[in-house]
Design a protein around this ligand. Structure first.
Ligand SMILES: Cc1cc2nc3c(=O)[nH]c(=O)nc-3n(C[C@H](O)[C@H](O)[C@H](O)COP(=O)(O)O)c2cc1C
Ligand code: SF4
Length: 487
């Protein structure tokens, strides 16, 4: 069987520890994060957007209950979902671009402390992202968005072998292209125009003709630093700068970043803005505050960054004083599937997305521990330079053997489990108490991710239709799903 052939990979057998074994495990041992914070155990719940914020980005009671529910399982660290740093409308995603968002965030922090009896450290992931539009109706694209240029006319003249295109009106160019086939469009439109037509227009960090893109290095350090200060004021134990997946900061780190203003091109140029953002944030929150980032060990796209780049970045981050490094993989727009007309591209649909949130169908290796080697390589590089910065891995962790094995082998210092924690937020506590047999095990088929893609409240297939007749149950908008996992 070839590695690329889809196959439904079985879940691994799980052997759970008894309470005594758990008590002496590395998983349930403490670990420092920076000079002033200690996590009580090595279990880490990575950021997951649950689509529960208000349309203008405020924390809801549902967000508070959601994080309280995860905290009840007492992971060492719980990272609150990607939260926007700007004060601009961005739909029902949490925001921290203004002080008015602080009170809601305080409620999350207090609820996590209460529900975990003070055991879980709560971080927040801070994100910046660029504009993206839905895929347009082709007719609308040619009528409204395409700006016919002299280059288009020249290429049309050459492809059709008809020089009269040189003098064609805008209307003539638009109408002709609107009824042309893909082959002709491929020859006449630019790569970016084809992307706008077929995927939906998307801003790139290389769009140096756009002032707000050119100025990103000037504005982002301040925006991130201000949002970090608000997170600190709200009581979060730490901040995770989102330098991973499909978003602005990851794009600066990408090998595809060819900006010519000193913030792109060679590795040092690509690393420059992420470091400047960190340094400004550090200035605001002080050296005692836990501040780190999530970034990619491998972008998994053609021409993208690989582990050699990631290792270089990790050394740069650690030497600059980051308190933790969380290593993810893939999740890019560049290889996303074409969305339907009227839908936006989703960065977890292509090969890089599958590597980010792998399912049991990915290939015969299955979804388990596919990313650990990246964290391990980074950790080895750090340690060989005498840097003790804790490294977090995630991707297909769902058994005690997975978690403990990673820690014992020295591949990471914290073990992230996103979907397994969504399937059963109590799984950490159940393992710890020798009650592993009661764990609801994630099936890694990504029903939850499908909901995320549609911007619907994220729930898990294993529990969202269970006990729907319970009194006072909080239900999804479609009224068919419970919003919180049962015990
Ligand atoms: C519903 C959902 C939402 C997610 N949202 C985020 C996010 O906000 N930020 C982030 O860095 N990763 C996000 N992820 C990715 C996870 O943090 C994690 O890296 C990925 O699911 C692989 O880990 P796992 O196999 O333990 O689930 C999300 C994953 C899921 C399933
Ligand atoms: S919906 Fe599926 S993949 Fe997602 S957490 Fe539940 S079992 Fe796991």
């Amino acid at each position: 069987m070839s590695d690329s052939k889809p196959a439904r990979h079985p879940l691994p057998e799980a052997v759970w520890p008894n309470a005594g074994e758990a008590a002496t495990s590395l998983l349930f041992s403490p670990r420092a994060i920076g000079p002033n914070l200690t996590a009580t155990n090595r279990g880490w719940v990575p950021a997951m957007v649950p689509w529960r914020a208000t349309p203008d980005g405020f924390v809801t009671k549902r967000n508070v209950a959601w994080y309280g529910r995860f905290a009840a399982g007492r992971p060492g660290v719980l990272v609150v979902e990607a939260t926007g740093i700007r004060d601009v409308p961005s739909g029902p995603l949490l925001r921290l671009g203004h002080d008015r968002f602080i009170p809601g965030m305080k409620e999350i922090v207090q609820e996590v402390k209460r529900a975990s009896a003070g055991e879980t450290r709560v971080f927040i992931q801070l994100i910046d992202f660029l504009g993206i539009r839905r895929r347009p109706e082709p007719a609308k694209y040619f009528e409204r968005y395409l700006i016919p240029s002299a280059d288009h006319r020249a290429r049309l003249a050459s492809v059709t072998q008809d020089d009269s295109w040189a003098n064609a009106t805008e209307k003539q160019v638009r109408e002709f292209l609107a009824q042309s086939d893909d082959d002709l469009l491929d020859q006449v439109l630019t790569i970016r125009e084809l992307e706008s037509l077929r995927m939906g227009a998307r801003e790139h960090i290389n769009d140096m003709d756009l002032e707000h893109i050119r100025e990103l290095p000037t504005v982002l350090p301040g925006l991130f630093a201000d949002a970090c200060a608000r997170a600190q004021e709200a009581g979060f134990d730490g901040v995770e700068l989102h330098y991973a997946h499909a978003y602005t900061m990851a794009s600066f780190l990408s090998r595809l970043n060819d900006r010519d203003d000193g913030y792109g091109g060679h590795r040092a140029g690509r690393l420059r803005l992420p470091l400047e953002v960190f340094e400004k944030a550090r200035e605001r929150v002080g050296t005692a505050y836990a501040l780190g980032c999530r970034f990619l060990g491998d972008e998994v796209i053609a021409g993208g960054s690989r582990i050699e780049d990631a290792t270089y970045y990790a050394l740069g981050f650690a030497k600059a004083g980051m308190d933790f490094l969380s290593v993810s993989k893939g999740g890019k727009f560049e290889d996303a599937k074409q969305p339907a007309v009227g839908q936006a591209a989703y960065p977890y649909t292509g090969k890089s997305g599958q590597e980010c949130m792998p399912t049991t169908r990915i290939d015969r290796r299955g979804p388990f521990l596919r990313n650990v080697h990246l964290a391990a390589a980074i950790r080895t590089a750090l340690r060989s330079e005498g840097l003790e910065t804790p490294v977090v891995t995630a991707g297909g962790v769902s058994t005690f053997a997975h978690a403990e094995g990673i820690l014992v082998a020295g591949q990471a210092d914290f073990v992230g489990a996103a979907r397994q924690s969504l399937a059963d937020p109590d799984w950490w506590l159940k393992m710890r108490g020798g009650r592993g047999a009661e764990i609801r095990r994630c099936e890694f088929t990504n029903y939850c991710e499908g909901l995320d893609q549609k911007h619907k409240e994220v729930t898990c297939r294993l529990w969202d239709r269970v006990g729907l007749d319970e009194p006072n149950l909080s239900l999804s908008e479609d009224q068919h799903r419970r919003l919180l996992p049962p015990p």
